[in-house]
Design a protein around this ligand. Structure first.
Ligand SMILES: Nc1ncnc2c1ncn2[C@@H]1O[C@H](COP(=O)(O)OP(=O)(O)OP(=O)(O)O)[C@@H](O)[C@H]1O
Ligand SMILES: N[C@@H](CCO)C(=O)O
Length: 320
């Protein structure tokens, strides 16, 4: 969609000199991003992506970039940030924080097949295992606390039936969050936004997962539910495609087995993940920040997904 910050060859060349990443050959703006400015950068050492952060604050970046570095070091297909000579994962370029990461191969898919769902399930489980020794307490920035605040701001704008459904689901999730099962769910630093457009696929193989800028500590089950609700559904109805959800769960459980409380709370976390994105889309729709007006995604999609999840789920996972 946009390259918000234009940089010159000289500026970039000077910035790159502080990194062990070869000499600049060429660079090219990536038009599809909507949050940050991204450039493909080709040097004598390889291909990279430069991200200039347009909204995120410098104090938030050590967590996001540290998580990416941690996962990349563990061998996951995640862009690893290239530190500068002082060991910093980001520093200023054109008066904004910027980082350089490895360029991964592949492109996002609109209609994933079951093999691709299996692959992303397997990635998700590997990422959940890999954060066991990642020390962090940055909460999911779009957790239930944020949702409650957003819903109270939204209420006055919403038609009554929409408001009633939203408030009912918030109340349900508040009740779930007090249950012993919920409190026992394993947690860690999770992507929390692993939609199709944040994964690069090469055929049925995963090239990599990008865009960790909604990451935070939450339950692994919630993270898996976010992915399931985007990768495994019929986009018209929001209902799960049986082959796809089965493949996602199998791919996940081949790496990390779900516990009994996780299996019992599957439907509730699918509802929670639907509520999270319904609320953020409603918020962006009714209270768009400047420059976001053109990028608002359809909130009704996640209303349909939530209604489908409240009706039930076709597959109840079991511990393996
Ligand atoms: N590490 C990478 N390797 C390869 N391609 C990348 C990488 N990072 C970003 N891209 C490409 O740049 C595009 C835009 O990146 P991204 O989606 O992160 O944009 P954003 O503005 O930061 O976030 P978003 O638009 O999702 O809110 C991606 O769709 C992808 O094609
Ligand atoms: N993946 C989100 C946007 C970024 O959080 C959505 O589709 O609403």
């Amino acid at each position: 969609m946009a390259v918000f910050t234009r940089i010159t060859q000289d500026e970039l060349q000077e910035w790159l000199q502080d990194r062990d990443c070869g000499n600049l050959i060429s660079f090219e703006g990536i038009e599809s991003g909507i949050e940050n400015t991204n450039y493909f950068v080709t040097t004598t050492a390889g291909r990279y992506v430069l991200t200039i952060f347009e909204k995120l604050k410098a104090e938030d970046l050590p967590f996001y970039l540290g998580l990416m570095k941690h996962l990349a070091k563990k061998g996951l297909a995640v862009p690893g940030p290239i530190a500068n000579m002082s060991g910093e994962l980001f520093n200023t370029l054109h008066d904004k924080p910027a980082t350089l990461v490895n360029c991964l191969s592949g492109k996002s898919v609109d209609l994933p097949n079951p093999a691709q769902c299996r692959e992303i399930g397997s990635f998700s489980a590997k990422a959940h295992l890999a954060v066991a020794d990642f020390d962090c307490n940055t909460p999911n920035p779009r957790g239930l606390g944020w949702i409650e605040g957003a819903v109270s701001e939204l209420e006055a704008h919403l038609p009554e039936d929409v408001r009633n459904l939203l408030v009912d689901e918030v109340n349900h999730q508040k009740a779930v969050s007090k249950q012993a099962d919920f409190l026992s769910l394993p947690k860690g630093a999770v992507h929390a936004d692993l939609f199709r457009d944040n994964a690069l696929m090469q055929g049925d193989q995963l090239g990599g997962v990008i865009d960790f800028y909604f990451a935070g500590v939450d339950t692994f089950l919630f993270d898996l539910a976010v992915t399931a609700n985007d990768w495994c559904i019929d986009l018209e109805t929001g209902e799960f495609k049986i082959d796809s959800i089965q493949a996602l769960l199998e791919g996940y459980q081949a790496v990390r087995s779900l516990s009994e409380p996780e299996c019992r709370l599957w439907q509730d976390m699918l509802r929670s993940a639907s509520l999270r994105f319904w609320t953020s889309r409603l918020f962006d729709f009714y209270m768009p920040r400047e420059a976001e007006v053109l990028n608002v995604k359809d909130p009704r999609h996640f209303e349909r997904v939530l209604l489908a999840r409240r009706r039930g789920v076709p597959i109840a996972p079991q511990t393996v």
